[in-house]
Write a protein that binds this ligand. Structure first.
Ligand code: LLP
Length: 384
């Protein structure tokens, strides 16, 4: 991913910065087209993973839609040129203003997460003399086998409506004149690398679809959310997630009706591997049992290791000396500001460059100004 000439260019740039390989993103999108879109599946890119316009532009060109979780994300998607008909809007706590933003532009679907939200959307749509397209987000109670902070489909998670509440919904919907029910929605979690939870999800969706039909609701679409994981340990041997196997799960296990659309909301699997956080070694310090490589990027630029104990591969770009063992840490005043512990890396010195890999999703977008840090910059492969 990093040729010698690219590393030479990096040497002169102020660090830290995110580097996005747009060629890598295009190849990934080719796979989404080949294994997903070409079979008729609809994919809404989860804009929360990375909302840079350069990235959104390629995603739009590839024919994907957008999945949003805030009013500002809806606005961003529209600004990037996506049509309202390509936008789904989920989130457990949509404010009245955010709902109005979606109604004003006539988005494809509000993915509704509570009965009260349905009633509020109905009132607001009534006030605007319009009709909202709504799909019901159901909580299927499925263990996604991922980090507990990014599991969303269990009963104890705040997301979606418990299917036990469906009788209430079936009774409510016909009374809501400003709502048009067009589908059901699920999202069981993120960074899911074992496909079995998706098989389980299909079984659950098949049961629930029947229940909707028994209650007189034919569903125009089924939205299965996102969640496909990426290989953080070996990004170079698996730069593109296995979209073929992912979509095949649904080919084989989901029972769809004639003319019914199937939607997905993939984020990490699309943009994760195209981004790296490039950082410079500031200091090497020997502790009692530990040698620290202190770099100029920290949890303020990439919070995933501190927040989810996530492991991002660290590649050294400017040294091939015999290896030593390091804890790679950032400059922030928190001990959780650690990228890797006790890893072998080519011997480092002040000024060396490292790439923290697989950081294209939930990296830059989750950066913060803690310690009054400057906003991290982005550099793109087509403009360096
Ligand atoms: N749809 C909904 C309703 C979501 O909440 C999410 C992610 C997605 C789709 C996309 O999921 P993906 O395909 O990217 O797994 N910050 C965490 C990840 C949080 C994911 C939140 N929701 C991380 O850095 O691991």
């Amino acid at each position: 991913m990093f040729s010698d000439s690219l590393v030479e260019k990096f040497r002169d740039l102020p660090t830290p910065f995110y580097y996005y390989d747009l060629g890598q993103l295009k190849k990934t999108l080719d796979h989404v087209q080949k294994y997903g879109l070409s079979k008729g599946y609809h994919v809404h890119y989860a804009i929360k993973a990375n909302y840079n316009f350069e990235i959104l532009h390629l995603i739009k060109e590839a024919g994907l839609g957008i999945d949003c979780v805030s009013g500002r994300e809806v606005e961003r998607a529209l600004e990037a040129g996506f049509s309202p008909g390509q936008i789904a809007f989920a989130g457990v706590g949509k404010t009245d203003d955010e709902i109005r933003t979606g109604l004003k532009s006539g988005i494809y679907s509000f993915n509704c997460e509570s009965t009260q939200e349905l009633e509020v959307i109905n009132i607001l749509a009534g006030q605007m003399d319009t009709k909202a397209s709504v799909s019901i987000r159901l909580n299927p109670n499925i263990e996604a086998k991922t980090h507990k902070y990014i599991t969303t489909g269990l009963q104890e998670n705040k997301f979606g409506i418990n299917p036990e509440k469906l009788p209430l919904i079936f009774e409510l919907i016909p009374r809501l004149n400003h709502i048009r029910l067009n589908g059901i929605h699920f999202h069981i979690g993120s960074q899911i690398t074992d496909l079995k939870p998706f098989v389980e999800l299909c079984t659950r969706v098949n049961e629930l679809q029947k229940l909707f039909e028994q209650n007189g609701c034919q569903l125009e679409h089924i939205n299965l959310g996102g969640g496909l994981g990426i290989n953080y340990n070996a990004p170079d041997s698996e730069p593109i997630p296995d979209f073929q196997s992912f979509f095949e799960v649904f080919d084989h296990h989901l029972e769809i009706r004639d003319g019914q659309q199937v939607h997905f909301e993939l984020g990490r699997s699309i943009v994760g591997q195209c981004g790296s956080l490039i950082s410079r070694v500031l200091y090497i310090k020997d502790g009692v049992n530990t040698r620290f490589a202190i770099i100029d990027a920290g949890m303020t630029e990439l919070i995933r290791p501190a927040l989810y104990q996530a492991s991002h591969r660290v590649d050294v770009l400017t040294s091939n000396k015999p290896s030593q063992i390091y804890d790679v840490v950032g400059p922030i005043c928190e001990s959780s500001d650690t990228f890797q512990r006790a890893i072998q890396l080519p011997a480092l010195e002040r000024g060396d460059l490292v790439a923290i890999r697989s950081a294209g999703a939930y990296g830059e977008v989750m950066s913060s100004g803690y310690n009054l840090r400057d906003r991290v910059k982005a550099i793109y492969s087509d403009r360096i």
